[in-house]
Design a protein around this ligand. Structure first.
Ligand code: PLP
Length: 394
């Protein structure tokens, strides 16, 4: 008999998991947490606390004893509110009974969407730079991510003419996320319509991550599902984390055709059961009475956005004007460093944390992501330090 082989840990872990790399962002946050006096433009998270009346709704629900599982779909009342919200803001109508599924953030929604539609070897087209979860989630679902570079010259929007040559018989879906993390780019209705025409021509699904939909500045957000003919071919991902400052509540939603929702529900009911009840109660309050809070936060982000973009350009880090989300994505080419070296040295020498563009795919190289969801005073000080750093290194 063969001697018993002692397996290495790598043998225990699935090949799929072994093959994906840890997020490039995590590494920075680990480094950051060991330093003092750091101003962080790193984490993509609102600096606002969830508005009080929303927190209160959750507390009150606990006081009333709402501590049980809810329907796998999510609470009926919440789905009714969500259907009304999507109709009101984007003119797209979903039946609340069977076409909306409440998820543990957009993160779970993304995973469900990909796992529900992909067979091994199916390809998903993703514009680059991408949100860090997109490629690993595609791979974990058995698919193959196919990247389409976007560029500063095109304001980081996805061009249909760059997508079409990549479509083949294995292509199943296009995964887009506008307003974009990390660039802040927003796609116009006209540009999105060209992507919609491609999806129709080649019978592809579009997974549209619209978590930043409410954070737009002077431009309209177009909901992909509201484009003519696209409702049936779109899986819409939406959330509460960013617009309502509710990252820790872990709640989001999916809206799609009933058959697609049923497929995603199958996975959700076996793996998650339902979203925490108090988070659902908080989300109902957010949708019913949170509009003023969203408006206030958006106004404040806009003030910071204008400031950071102006200052980045002044200190010699050219930055295109982001029209959405809460990120600026300046070029660091003038320094001659690559984005990882820039971020690492900026952190060590000036105690400012930004995220290297390369963490968001190859074409993010030459850029860094600066999140302006922090106070204006912090942004002012960070930019002062960055100015000093750039001057020294030009
Ligand atoms: C583009 C994008 N999608 C999804 C998420 C995750 O959102 P949630 O907190 O709803 O899981 C984030 C968070 O940063 C994001 O930037």
């Amino acid at each position: 008999m063969d001697p018993i082989q002692i397996k290495t840990m790598d043998n225990f872990i699935s090949q799929k998991v072994n093959n994906i790399s840890p997020s490039g962002i995590r590494k920075f946050f680990d480094l950051l947490s060991s330093l003092e006096g750091v101003i962080s433009l790193g984490v993509g998270e609102p600096d606002f606390v969830t508005p009080w009346h929303i927190r209160e709704a959750a507390t009150y629900s606990l006081e009333r004893g709402y501590t049980m599982y809810t329907s796998n779909y999510g609470m009926l009342e919440l789905r009714q509110e969500l259907a009304g919200y999507l109709e009101r803001h984007y003119g797209v109508s979903y039946q609340h009974e069977r076409e909306i599924l409440v998820t543990v953030g957009v993160s779970e929604g993304l995973d469900l969407a990909l796992r529900a539609i992909l067979n091994p070897g199916d390809e998903v087209i993703i514009p680059e730079p991408w949100y860090v979860s997109y490629p690993p989630c595609v791979i974990l679902a058995g698919g193959i991510p196919v990247f389409v570079p976007t560029s500063k010259q095109n304001n980081f929007v996805l061009k249909a003419e760059d997508v079409e040559p990549l479509i083949n018989k294995h292509t199943k879906a296009i995964l887009i996320g506008y307003p974009s993390n990390p660039t802040g780019a927003v796609m116009s209705r006209e540009e999105l319509s060209k992507i919609a025409r491609l999806a129709q021509k080649y019978n592809l699904l579009v997974i549209s991550d619209e978590i930043y939909a409410r954070l737009v500045y002077g431009v309209e957000h177009t909901c992909f599902a509201s484009l003519p003919g696209m409702r049936e071919q779109t899986i819409l991902l939406g959330g509460f984390s960013k617009a309502f400052a509710m990252t820790g509540w872990r709640i989001g939603y999916l809206a799609a055709n009933q058959q697609l929702i049923e497929a995603m529900l199958k996975i959700h009911q076996y793996t998650m059961l339902c979203v925490p009840t108090m988070s659902q109660m908080a989300a109902i309050e957010a949708l019913r009475s949170g509009e003023d809070d969203v408006d206030k936060m958006v106004k404040e982000y806009d003030r910071r956005r204008k400031f950071i973009v102006k200052r980045l350009n002044e200190i010699g880090l050219p930055c295109f004007e982001p029209k959405g989300a809460f990120y600026a994505f300046p070029s660091i080419e003038a320094t001659g460093m690559n984005s990882e070296e820039f971020a690492e040295r900026l952190l060590m020498e000036e105690r400012v944390a930004v995220v290297p563009g390369s963490a968001f795919g190859q074409c993010g190289e030459g850029f860094v992501r600066c999140c302006y969801a922090t106070s204006l005073a912090n942004i002012e000080e960070a930019l002062k330090r960055m100015g000093r750093f750039v001057k020294k290194n030009r």
